[in-house]
Write a protein that binds this ligand. Structure first.
Ligand SMILES: [Cu+2]
Length: 405
C-alpha cells in the first residue's frame, strides 16, 4: 500500500522510508528528509497529532522486493555494555564463526555537572546514561543487533547513525524513536577499525544532540586480531575508552552558566552558543576531572593499554605526556599502524586507537595537545602507573638547586 508520508515531496511507502532510500542525500542532512518532514524535530515531547501520525504510518504493511538476510551460520550472543572508560568483555581473536551480537541501548536524558568549580551543567543526551555512550566491540563479519529504547519520560526523539555501518544514513533513517518507543536495527560490520556513532534526528538537532553528549564508539576488530606492519600479532592487556566532548554551555549576562529545568529547554540558547564554534568545555568522558584524581586510569609497568579515543564533532590531537603511541590506527585496522607516534590525530567524526606499553611508573597525562583545550577546557585524563623506576630510561642526575656564576 502506498502512503503519502511526506506531503508536498513525493509519494512513498512506509517500507521505503524505513529502508532509508528517501533519506540519502543532502535533503536529509538539512533536515528535509522523510522523517524530518513527517515528524519535525522539536525539543519538546512529540505532540499527540504527530505521534498518532507516526503510529498510523507504522501500521502500514511493508512493501519491499529486498530478500531477507541470510542469517544461517551466525551464532547469537549478548554483549553487556558497560560504562566508559571500560570495555565490554570480548575476544581479541575471534573464535568460531560470525556472530549476531545483541546489545541494548536506552536513550537517557540526564542532568550532568560538567565542571564542579563553576557549577556548569548540561542536560546530557546519552546512550545508556554516559558521555560518551558505551564502547561496542565486535569482529569483522559479525552483525550488531541493537535494541534501542527511548523512555516515556524523555523529552525528545532520538536515533543512531553508526559510521561503521552501510546504508540508511548509518541506520539513522531506521531508528527514530519517540518517547515510549523502541526499535531493533541489525547491521553487518564489514569494515575493521574504530568508528564513531551518534544521534542524528535531523537539521540543527544533529549537532545539538551530538554536542549534548549523544555519541560513542564501536571497535570492529579483524577476526585474527590486531597486527603490526610485518603481520605479527599485537595484543593488549586492557582498554581505556576515552570520549572527547565539546560543550557550548550558555551563560547569562553576568558570565554565569545558565541552568534549565528539563532537557531541551536550552535549545535556543545552545544553538546561539554553538554558532560561535567555540566550546566552553572540551572534556574527556563527559566532565572536567572525569578521568583525573580519584577517577584516574590505572595501569602497571609492562602493561599494554589500547587507548580508544572517540571524537564525534571536533578534531583532536591526543598525546600521552611521558609516553608514546607505539602503534596507532587512525584508519582501518587492515592498514599498517603508525608507529612511535608522539601525537596522533582523531578526525572529528571518527574514533582512533593507540597502543602503548608502560615502561615507567608515575602519573602520565593523556591530553589533547592543543594545550589550551587540554589545560583550560578540560581535555585531560591521567594514567597512574605502578611499578619500578628505570634509571636507564630517565634519571634526575641533579635535583633543582641554587647555582652561582
Ligand atoms: Cu538524540
Amino acid at each position: 500500500m502506498t502512503k503519502f508520508i511526506n506531503p508536498g515531496l513525493m509519494p512513498t511507502s512506509r517500507r521505503n522510508v524505513l529502508r532509508g532510500s528517501l533519506l540519502a542525500g543532502a535533503a536529509a542532512m538539512s533536515g528535509a528528509g522523510a522523517f524530518a518532514a513527517r515528524r519535525a524535530p522539536q525539543p519538546l515531547k512529540a505532540d499527540a497529532v504527530s505521534r498518532s501520525l507516526h503510529k498510523a504510518a507504522a501500521d502500514q504493511p511493508a512493501e519491499s522486493t529486498a530478500k531477507p538476510a541470510d542469517l544461517s551460520g551466525y551464532t547469537r550472543v549478548k554483549q553487556d555494555l558497560v560504562a566508559p572508560p571500560f570495555a565490554p568483555e570480548h575476544e581479541q581473536v575471534a573464535t568460531g564463526g560470525p556472530k549476531i551480537i545483541e546489545i541494548t541501548m536506552v536513550t537517557e536524558e540526564r542532568l550532568m555537572v560538567v565542571d564542579e568549580d563553576t557549577g556548569a551543567s548540561v542536560w546530557a543526551l546519552t546512550y545508556n546514561g554516559s558521555v560518551p555512550g558505551p564502547l561496542i566491540i565486535c569482529h569483522e563479519g559479525d552483525m550488531i543487533e541493537l535494541t534501542m529504547r527511548n523512555p516515556e519520560s524523555s523529552m525528545m526523539e532520538h536515533n543512531i547513525d553508526f559510521h561503521a555501518s552501510t546504508g540508511a544514513l548509518g541506520g539513522g533513517g531506521l531508528t527514530h524513536v519517540y518517547p515510549g518507543e523502541e526499535c531493533v536495527l541489525r547491521w553487518k560490520a564489514t569494515k575493521p577499525g574504530c568508528f564513531t556513532y551518534h544521534c542524528a534526528p535531523g537539521g540543527a538537532m544533529i549537532p545539538y544532540h551530538v554536542a549534548h553528549g549523544m555519541n560513542g564508539a564501536i571497535m570492529v576488530l579483524p577476526r585474527d586480531g590486531l597486527k603490526d606492519a610485518q603481520g605479527n600479532p599485537l595484543r593488549y592487556d586492557s582498554i581505556a575508552y576515552i570520549g572527547e566532548q565539546d560543550y557550548y554551555l550558555p551563560m547569562d549576562e553576568n558570565g554565569d552558566y545558565k541552568t534549565y529545568a528539563a532537557a531541551g529547554d536550552d535549545y535556543a540558547d545552545s544553538l546561539e552558543a554553538m554558532r560561535t564554534l567555540t566550546p566552553t568545555h572540551q572534556v574527556f568522558n563527559g566532565a572536567v576531572g572525569a578521568l583525573t584524581g580519584e577517577n584516574a586510569l590505572k595501569a602497571k609497568v609492562g602493561e599494554t593499554v589500547l587507548m580508544v579515543h572517540n571524537s564525534c564533532n571536533v578534531d583532536s590531537r591526543p598525546h600521552l605526556i611521558g609516553g608514546h603511541g607505539n602503534y596507532v590506527w587512525e584508519s582501518s585496522f587492515t592498514d599498517q599502524p603508525l608507529t612511535g607516534m608522539e601525537t596522533w590525530f582523531v578526525r572529528g567524526g571518527s574514533a582512533a586507537a593507540a597502543m602503548y606499553t608502560f615502561e615507567q611508573p608515575g602519573v602520565y597525562a593523556y591530553v589533547n595537545h592543543n594545550l589550551i583545550i587540554g589545560a583550560m577546557l578540560g581535555g585531560t585524563a591521567h594514567f597512574v602507573v605502578e611499578g619500578e623506576w628505570d634509571n636507564t630510561l630517565m634519571e634526575q642526575v641533579v635535583a633543582p638547586r641554587p647555582f652561582t656564576t
